[in-house]
Design a protein around this ligand. Sequence first.
Ligand SMILES: Cc1cc2nc3c(=O)[nH]c(=O)nc-3n(C[C@H](O)[C@H](O)[C@H](O)COP(=O)(O)OP(=O)(O)OC[C@H]3O[C@@H](n4cnc5c(N)ncnc54)[C@H](O)[C@@H]3O)c2cc1C
Length: 717
Amino acid sequence: MKPNNNQFDVAIIGSGIAGSTLASILARQGQKVILFEASSHPKFAIGESMILETSEIMRSMAEFYDVPELAYFSSENYFEHIGTSHGVKRHFSYAHHTEDQPFNRDHTLQAVIPKQPHGHELHLYRQDTDYFLMTVAIRYGAKVLQKTNIQSVHIDADGVQLTTDREQEFQAEYVVDAGGFRSLLAEKFDLRHHDLPTHSRAIFTHMVEVPCYHEVSATKESYQLPFQLSEGTLHHVFEGGWLWVIPFNNHAKSTNPLCSVGLMLDPRVHPQQSELSPEAEFYQFIERFPGIAAQFTQAKAVRDWTRTGRIQYSVKQVVGDRNCLLGQAAGFIDPLFSKGLYTSLSCTSLLADRLLAAHKTGDYSASFFKPVEEMTLGFIQANDHLVANAYRSFADYRLWQPFSVLWLLGAYLELVKLTSDRAQTIDRSNYYRRLQNLRMVGGGFPEFERLSQQIYTLLDDCVTGASVTQVSQQIKAHLDQTSWMPQTFRAILNGKNHLPTSKLHPRLLRRKQGFFGTGDYRTHFFADKTLPFFIQFYLRDRAKYGSSVLQLKRTAKLWRRGLLPSPQVGTAIVSDWPSAIAISAMVISGLVIGPRMLNSSPNLASTASVDKTVMGLVNFLDNPTEFKLACGNHAGQVVDAQVQGDRITIKVVSGGIDPRRVTLTGSLNEQGVFNGTYQTELPTGLAFGKVRLNFDQDGSAQGVNEDWGGAIAILKI
Ligand SMILES: Cc1cc2nc3c(=O)[nH]c(=O)nc-3n(C[C@H](O)[C@H](O)[C@H](O)COP(=O)(O)OP(=O)(O)OC[C@H]3O[C@@H](n4cnc5c(N)ncnc54)[C@H](O)[C@@H]3O)c2cc1C
C-alpha cells in the first residue's frame, strides 16, 4: 500500500517561538511532525526581554530532549552560535516617575542578573530567534510549510484533519494550536474570555538613537548601580502604566542599532487618543513625564508604530480530545515582568513530554493532557494578579517600593525551585513530574502564596480609600516578618537600590540569611539535598555553559566541518605547523593565539591523533562531572574543569575517610597530550608532581604520573 505522506503524529499550527520549539523537540524524539505557518520567516515578532526562569526552562528542554540549540537563547555566552543581533540583559531595572515632576533617581531599582554560572541573559531580536528555531525544527526532521494558512480543523475519535487555504488536506493524531493571538481553535470552540483584573493597551515600535538613560539623566556612579541602565531592560513606571526600553545595541559585539520601545497604558486611566496617530499619542503622552521624554528627543522609529486595544485574554479551556492551545494562543496578560515567554515555553516543555507519552499509549484524551491545562491557566492567573497589583502600586512610589520586593522574591524563588528540580532530577519523567506541580511566582511555595494574598488585599484597601502611608507600612511589615526571606531582599526593602552581582556569594548560602533557609522552606525548595550537592551542580553548570567551553565546542565543530583550516599530515607538517598549533590552541582557548606560539618548534606526530585527543578533551569538558580520576590506589570525583586562555584546570575531590582535593593544571602540547602538574592537599601539606594524559574521543583519558611512575586515568562513571 502507498504510504500516506500527509499523515503525521502531531500537526502544529504556527511557527512562532512556541510552535517551532515544540516541533524541534518532537522531531528530535522521532515523531512525525508538520508545522504550518501562515506567514514566512524572517518576520517581526514581539516578546524580547528574557528572565532567568525562561532561560532555565530553555536549558532544561535542551538537556532533557537532547536539542542543544534550545539553550542557545538563554545566555550571552552563545553569541558565537546565534549571531550578534540580540542585546544583552545584565539587569531588570525600574525607574518610578511622577507626572510633571523631575525624575528622582533614588526611585530606581536594579535587579541584577548574575553572570555566573550561565552568563548574562539576552534581549531577543525575535525575527532572528524565531527564524533560527524554525530551521532547527527542519534540521531535526519536521516538515514545515510556510505561507500556508490553516483554514479549518476537524477533530473526531479517529484523528484530526487540517485543511489549508490551498485546500490541501493533512491528517494527524493530535493538533497543537500555537497560532498566537489569532488562534483558530480558540475561535472555533469560542474559548476566549477577558475576565481578568489586568487592563492595559500597548503602543510600540523599534527605534534608533535611543540613548542610554545616563546620558539624559545622571551618571551610573551617581546612581550607585552596578551596571549602566542601557545594559539591561529599563522600565519607566508611573501611575496607570509603564514604558519599556529594550536595546539590542548595548554591548561591544552588537551588530544591531535598534532599540525596542513600548508604552503600556491602562485605558481606564489613560484612554486612547484615537484622533492622534499612534506615534503622536506616544510623544504627547511622554511629555507629561519630563524624566521619560528626555530619553526620546532624538529617537526615530524604524517601522510603523503598533497600537492595540486591550491586550489581555485567557481561555476557558486549554486542552480537548486530540487538541491543545499553546503559548499565546491560550492567553496573554502584559509584558511588565516578562512572563510571556516563560509561560509559553514551560507549557511547551510539559506538552512535549505528554505528547511523547501519548504516542506510546495512543491516549490523546483531554484528561491525559490536563496537567498542561492546569499549568497554563495557573501561570496566566498568577501573572494576572501580580501585574494587576503592580499597576495599582505604581500610583505611589511608597507602594511600588515594597511591592517590587514581592515581585523580586517571587521571581527568584521560582528560579531556585526550577534549578533545584533540574539538579535533583534522576531522569526526564522525574523532571516532568516535578514541573507539572510548578505554579508561577514563588516556586509554588504555599507561604509565598499566602504572603502575596495578604499584600494584594492591602492594595485593595488602598483602592477603597485607606491611606497610602499606612498601606505601604503594612506591606513592609508583612515582608519584614517573613522569616524565610533572604537578607538580599530585606536590604532592598530597607532602601538598597540593587541586587548583588554574584549569585554564589557565601552570604547568600547561609542558612538563616541566604537562600538555603530552614524548615518548610528548605524542604520545599531543596528536599533532603545538602549544600555541597548544589555547589557541585552549580560547578557542573558553570563548566557546561561557560563561554570558553561553548566557544571551544563551536570551534571544534567548525574544524570538523572544514570551516576552519585543519592541520596537515606528513611532510607538509613542518611548513604547516604554525597553523596546526594555532588551530589546536584556538580549539583549546577559543582565542586566536599570539606570535609566541606561532614560533614554536614543530614536532607533530599525526594531526589526526591531535584532532582525536582535542575532541576527547571537548567531550570531557562538556560534562566533566561524569568522570572520575584514578591514580594508583586513589580515586576521586571530577567536580569542575575550566579553560582559561590555553590553561586547563581540572578539579577532583576524593571521598572516603581521607578526602583530598587534587587540582591538575596544564595545557595541550603539540601532540594533543595534556601536559601539566598536579597538586594534592594532604594532611601533611601539599604534594606536587607532573602528569601526562592522552584523551580519547569519548572524553576519558589514560596517562602517567611522571614522578611516581604510576598510571593515572580519567574514567567515565
Ligand atoms: C506587546 C507585547 C510585548 C511582549 N513582551 C514580552 C517580553 O518582553 N518578554 C516575554 O517573555 N514575553 C513578552 N511577550 C509575550 C511573547 O510575545 C509571547 O509569549 C510569545 O511571542 C508567544 O509566542 P507564540 O509562539 O505562542 O505565538 P506567536 O509568536 O504569536 O506565533 C504565532 C504564529 O502562528 C501563525 N499562525 C496564526 N494562525 C495561523 C494559521 N491559521 N495557520 C498557520 N499559521 C498561523 C502566525 O503567523 C505566527 O507566526 C509580549 C507580548 C506582547 C503582546
